[in-house]
Design a protein around this ligand. Structure first.
Ligand SMILES: Nc1ncnc2c1ncn2[C@@H]1O[C@H](COP(=O)(O)OP(=O)(O)O)[C@@H](O)[C@H]1O
Ligand SMILES: [Mg+2]
Length: 337
């Protein structure tokens, strides 16, 4: 269904907003802060030496507070923003070297965006919103409709294809936005705070749907959020931005178990660790054989249940093939939680 998977490499990326951005790259490179650049030169440091290898077919989360540079970063990927310095290499091709035609083609057929504010056309029905991109690309109307209906069904909106956006709840409108993006059959999906405006329960449903879809589709998804739980749940890789710089990047286990600094520590302080830390991250050498078993991928929260149901203080950890690869103890789990 999807084209070949595409990696995204961001190298030494700087973005400075202002009248003469290039004039200040060197100073920023030598360590001038966002605050100083603003105070002394009235320029805004949007991104500061960003290096990320986003793996093909995975979900890359970009997390950070408002103003940390998330939108600026994601908009460099399809070159809606020109970098002040640096490279963006997508599937081996440098986006900055694309001709105008190549760039237009890449934006239309290589990437799709999902926005927080849905960006649906109010006077078009659900199906007409979903097929809009296909129409622009000149896809035959019947084929576009068939594709659109398939994705409308897949996001759980079968029967709503002839409704108008204002007849739908926020969660349903976000589903339309997702169906529209998926209809374009791109290998890259860019989601800028797509779920940030949704109520918590609907938001969790949308996350589950995205994870389910991703199992089938294996797209390269760049997902922006300011919500740590969302980042930990969705991200195969997570980058945390602050004032335009990367403070830490890694997977959920790296961030929860080895926070890079006090800033990250404060970020993760209140999270339910048992929900996101895996047994594999706290494994110890194997002990006796007569213990209950837990898979290495299991979250600690669930492992605690297994242990308490078995009235055991330790369990053997098994890999995907069912081999015992170590053990976990209740004591270690409790100390990590
Ligand atoms: N077009 C622009 N002109 C000037 N400053 C901008 C522009 N776009 C973004 N910024 C500034 O760059 C920084 C990062 O913004 P943004 O990427 O929108 O953050 P986020 O998406 O994380 O909230 C902020 O300080 C913002 O004010
Ligand atoms: Mg933003």
């Amino acid at each position: 269904m999807t084209k070949s998977q595409t990696s995204i490499e961001i190298r030494n990326l700087y973005k400075i907003f202002g009248a003469h951005p290039e004039a200040h790259v060197e100073a920023v490179r030598r360590g001038m802060s966002k605050e100083e650049l603003g105070a002394r030169h009235s320029h805004i440091l949007g991104l500061n030496d960003i290096n990320i290898s986003m793996p093909a077919g995975k979900i890359q989360v970009i997390m950070g507070l408002s103003g940390s540079g998330k939108s600026t970063l994601i908009r460099h990927i399809n070159r809606l923003i020109e970098p002040t310095w640096g490279e963006i290499v997508i599937g081996g091709q440098n986006v900055l070297e694309m001709s105008e035609t190549e760039l237009r083609d890449f934006r239309r057929t290589g990437t799709a965006m999902v926005f927080q504010k849905f960006a649906l056309l109010p006077h078009r029905t659900v199906i007409d919103n979903v097929t809009f991109g296909l129409e622009v690309r000149g896809v035959d109307a019947a084929a576009a409709r068939a594709t659109g209906l398939r994705w409308i069904e897949r996001v759980g909106l079968k029967g709503f294809e002839n409704r108008y956006p204002n007849e739908l709840s926020g969660g349903m409108q976000q589903r339309v936005g997702l169906a529209r993006a998926l209809s374009n059959d791109t290998s890259i999906l860019l989601m800028d705070e797509a779920y940030s405006a949704l109520d918590p329960l609907i938001r969790t449903d949308m996350q589950t749907m995205l994870l389910d879809l991703q199992k089938e589709l294996g797209k390269t998804i760049v997902f922006i959020t300011h919500d740590l739980d969302e980042a930990l749940r969705l991200g195969d890789q997570i980058v945390i931005l602050r004032d335009g710089s990367i403070v830490q990047q890694g997977n959920s286990q790296d961030i929860l178990l080895n926070p890079a600094d006090d800033y990250i520590q404060r970020f993760i302080k209140d999270v339910n660790r048992g929900r996101y830390i895996r047994v594999a991250s706290v494994i110890e050498p194997a002990s006796e054989s007569a213990l209950p078993q837990v898979p290495a991928e299991m979250m600690l929260e669930d492992a605690v249940k297994v242990l308490s149901d078995a009235a055991a203080s330790a369990a053997n950890v098994i890999d995907a093939a069912g081999r015992i690869i170590g053990a976990v103890t209740l004591r270690t789990i409790m100390s990590v939680l």
